[in-house]
Design a binder for this molecule. Sequence first.
Ligand SMILES: [Zn+2]
Length: 481
Amino acid sequence: MTEEKERISRRSAIKGVGAIGAGVALGSIVGSKPTEAKTLDTMAKPKDIASDIARRVAETPLVDSHEHLIEEKDRLEKRARCDDWALLMSHYLDSDLLTAGMPPKDHRRLFSANVDPVEKWKLLAPWWPAVKNTGYGQAVAIAIRELYGVDDLSEKTAAKVQQKYEELRKPGFYRKVLSDVARIHSCQVNCLSRPFMESQLPDLLLQDISFLGMHMGPDIGSFAPPAGIEVKDLSNWHSVIDWWFDKYSNLAVAVKSQAAYSRDLNYEDVPAEKAAPVFKRQINGEPVSEADRKLLQDHLFWHCIRKATEHNLPVKLHTGYYAGQNYMPLGRLANNPASVSNLLRHAPDTTFVLMHICYPYYEDLISLAKHYTNAHIDMCWAWIINPAASVQFLKHYLVTAPANKILTFGGDYIPVEPVVGHAEIARRGIARALIELVEEGWLSPSDAIELIEPIMCGNGKRIFRLDEKIARCKKSAWLEG
Ligand SMILES: [Zn+2]
């Protein structure tokens, strides 16, 4: 550990404890099991229990079960949207800026690669007070503080933030940001530019197989050429899908689909005989009705689910809130938990990972994790959508559903830097949830402490078989060339 790193991590740990410890000092642990008093000498000192929980949460590595990080070399080759401090706001704070009312013209300039980075502060300034307190805003502000040592983004500090941005963005910065500062065990990347990314950092950036284009579209242009299969009918397309599973299942941690952005999750198990003529009409460019399009998507979804299950890969599904702005049909989202309950019942041998706590319908999702053996819940993205609701979710989850099926962190970012802010908010929230459960008498101090490792790290390692995947990825063929 360098002095710089040590300084940063010590500061985060102390900050975490301070923020939480202060709030809990007045709290009591009335209602805790009386036997605990005999086993824990911390019983008499609630503040010590809060500090102890916060310290342990600060020290425990996080398994990061969901990111969209581009490869470090692509960042170094300036393939991101822009290459200055505004990049930290390009995902997801850009949406809060638009819904706050920032004119699209200024918004484009803020994220342009051709505007002087220091001048960009003037574009942001009128809107920063409106967005700096949202989870998206706080994650960016924390990242700027932890990575650049700047406590307050302003006209005076914009030049320093830019200078520090450039100093950090050097070869090796992904490990520095993710491992050293954010204390992340490993990330699981859902690459947005191809179905599976052969990462140059294979032990840090583990990968999902994106099966979105296998069942939606389908995206023949992206999937068929690498497989070397000409697609003339449905059975050819099945062969393409099978090729991707055969090639990458040993290395991938899971499969992922965000089809919930464009349809309900009410997938019927349609047999191939019914889907084949629709597929044929579609690739011949003939008209296909909405109902037939759904029928084909449904069939292909179940084909992929069977493949994933055969290859022992968990199925990650987007549920709930939509990224972006001005298009979310809330009624469709409200239906996600009910639709997912049918999937869970139909495929009892499949491990489903339900992402983003289906915000804002998180109570419904807790009921699924309680009722269905194969339902797992992933808090990825949730802490920055609504940090306070995420604390409530975690409290409710832990006293309702089995603790071995909850995953508490996924940054969900394209740029790497704000992951630091998101991880800090998550740690604060995890500690807060556990401390409040102790204060309110729902958990004993020792039970709260016992939950920290599994919910932050152990569950993710077990559910995604991380030790085995990391060992294999380190030896992957693409690193040899
Ligand atoms: Zn995502």
